[in-house]
Design a protein around this ligand. Sequence first.
Ligand SMILES: [Zn+2]
Length: 78
Amino acid sequence: MAGVPERVDVAGRQLACQVCRGTTFVHRTMKLATSGFANSGFNKQADAAVCETCGFVHTFLGGDLTWTRLDRPEHQSP
Ligand SMILES: [Zn+2]
């Protein structure tokens, strides 16, 4: 899956995948057709955390999310 793996904290708690308990996710944003919220001032942009392991999508609307990039040690030759 393309994208930068990140860890996600939701309201101060680390997110773990509901399916596989994985803790690395790829960040996506999406527009939702939230016509029902049209006059509520609700943020129509959703944040989605796509599990890097199994692909399960966790979607948040206006959540208190903190994304932290995980820098993978790939080729650390001097
Ligand atoms: Zn998963």
